[in-house]
Design a protein around this ligand. Structure first.
Ligand code: ADP
Ligand code: ZN
Length: 523
């Protein structure tokens, strides 16, 4: 019915203005709010920061009864409730941090109709006493945040979430809205299936963050490159992620030595200290936080100008989420990934040491995808967006590949030089050693091994170390060389495919090594 329809729209907009003080809806919000008000189930896939909360908070205000919000993160739950209370909305939560008396009090408020929104952690819903309590409430609407947690295929599976499938039969008249920021096709299907959503309205927002410039920088002297990059940011706020506490400390120290106000943040620090770092960062008293992935969940800072990854993240989802903390204010921001193939090999090795489970297999797929992202020679943004199922074809002109396209050259001679060197040193040495031989370095190890007398010694002295490293990486990537990694060493060996190249029986294109150690925005 048209007039009722437009009345609903007016009410939603009116709540947006009067309660939240915002002028207009963002993309997607209105349509999913509308679906909920029409009592339709829905699945909302929206990138972090685009405003998922309002999608269920506004219908919650329009319905006469209670809205249940299922959310797995207890700390965020409290933030949300506090924010709603500030806006004059009756909201509360039930979770394991509360005493029995506190929970009793919240429950009686809910039963007597004094609450509009009730936030719940998923494990609450699995208990018998909960169902007894909730059957005495008038539930109008149910929102399930972080809905990907229901899927084993997602990156954050939570067993309690599988219980949420019971909600539909419990409240057949209350529409359910499932929300998530990360969901590939399989996860989406899993959400619909497990929650038993009926003819749902599906909204899938764009994952593009056009103001973020994606840059990949090959690691040569990583610490120097990182410091140079951060100094180039001239005091702008940023986050550096790396994957060990030890490195976090070392990087923060190096940056401080160069005069950057940098602080470490990781799970090994006590709570008070972590909170202080977070607060100082929020208030711009700290310019750079160097962190393990533990940092960022609750952070809501809009002027983060750069996010640098010192190590390769474990998945594209993680990379996207972490880089997504940059440029929330829609102004230009930079995401820089420092990469070397050895990082990938290391992550893979760690993974293969775990017991072989379906979970491990999923993690392997995800690792492979981020590896392909790093090795890709096409627009970074296209690779990212295509990964999230948002098929695009037009390059973005705002990533390292678009701005500085890899140039090809006839790499046969270079490849032969490298391969001969690998062969002559007995296929028993790693990248650095082979490069040193190529460049004719007079070091003790080379002399002791008698490798300074080889015909290949010094045949590549006209090129830099980084140049040869890059050529070797490409040869590994092309399957002409193999990097064998054991506990202590990594050695280069020739593969079967190397023969025709060594004999000069084929052509070989390589990308001109891109050795830009400094990267600054040119625009
Ligand atoms: P998400 O849950 O998708 O990560 P949030 O719901 O936390 O995002 O919203 C991110 C920010 O955007 C919040 O500060 C929120 O108040 C703001 N916001 C959401 N919708 C609007 C809107 N229509 N107009 C202006 N700001 C909005
Ligand atoms: Zn691009």
């Amino acid at each position: 019915d048209f007039s009722q329809d437009s009345a609903l729209k007016t009410t939603a907009l009116e709540k947006l203005n009067s309660v939240f003080g915002y002028q207009s809806f963002r993309k997607g919000q209105q349509e999913v709010i509308h679906a909920a008000l029409n009592k339709q189930d829905s699945l909302v896939v929206m990138a972090t920061g685009n405003g998922k909360s309002l999608c269920y908070q506004i219908p919650a205000l329009c319905f006469s009864g209670l809205t249940l919000v299922i959310s797995p993160l207890i700390s965020l739950m409290k933030d949300q409730v506090d924010q709603l209370l500030t806006n004059g909305i009756a909201a509360d939560y039930l979770n394991s941090t509360q005493t029995f008396e506190q929970q009793q009090q919240v429950q009686s408020m809910a039963m007597s109709g004094q609450l509009k929104l009730l936030y719940l952690s998923p494990e609450k819903i699995t208990t018998q006493s909960f169902f007894h309590f909730i059957s005495q409430c008038q539930v109008s609407f149910i929102a399930i945040d972080e809905a990907h947690c229901i899927s084993q295929w997602g990156h954050d599976f939570r067993p309690e979430y599988t219980q949420l499938g019971g909600l539909k039969s419990c409240f057949p008249d209350a529409p359910i809205m499932a929300l998530t920021a990360t969901a590939d096709e399989t996860t989406r299907r899993d959400i619909l299936f497990h929650l038993k959503l009926q003819t749902p309205h599906i909204y899938i927002g764009s994952f593009d963050r056009p103001n973020i410039r994606y840059m990949l920088v090959e690691k040569f002297k990583p610490m120097e490159q990182l410091c140079q990059f951060v100094l180039g940011q001239k005091g702008k706020s940023g986050i550096v992620y790396c994957n060990s506490r030890n490195k976090v400390e070392r990087i923060a120290e190096s940056l401080r030595k160069k005069g950057v106000a940098a602080q470490a943040y990781h799970a090994g620090m006590d709570n008070a200290l972590r909170e202080r770092v977070q607060r100082d960062f929020q208030r711009d008293n700290v310019q750079v936080v160097v962190a393990t992935i533990a940092f960022g969940m609750g952070i809501n800072k809009s002027n983060v100008r750069f996010v640098a990854h010192f190590d390769l993240p474990r998945s594209i989802e993680a990379y996207y989420q972490e880089t997504g903390r940059a440029g929330r204010d829609d102004l230009p921001a930079e995401a820089v990934l420092f990469y070397e193939p050895a990082d990938y090999a290391w992550l893979q090795k760690m993974l293969l040491e775990k017991p072989e489970t379906p979970q491990r297999q999923i993690e392997q797929h995800k690792l492979q995808a981020i590896g392909e992202f790093a090795e890709s020679q096409t627009c970074r943004r296209l690779v990212l967006l295509n990964y999230f199922g948002e098929m695009r074809q037009t390059p973005c002109n705002n990533c390292d590949i678009c701005l500085d396209p890899p140039k090809k050259y006839n790499g046969l001679i270079d490849a032969q030089k490298v391969m001969s060197a690998v062969y002559r040193v007995g296929q028993r040495f790693g990248v650095h050693y082979v490069v040193a031989v190529l460049r004719g370095l007079q070091n003790q190890k080379i002399k002791d091994n008698g490798h300074d007398t080889l015909s290949v010694f010094g045949i590549g002295k006209d090129r830099s170390k980084e140049y040869w490293q890059s050529v070797i990486r490409q040869l590994v990537h092309l399957g002409l060389l193999r990097q064998v990694v054991d506990q202590y060493n990594s050695t280069l060996q020739l593969t079967e495919n190397a023969k025709p190249v060594l004999r000069g029986e084929c052509e070989l294109e390589l990308a001109t090594p891109r050795i830009s150690s400094v990267i600054t925005r040119t625009a």
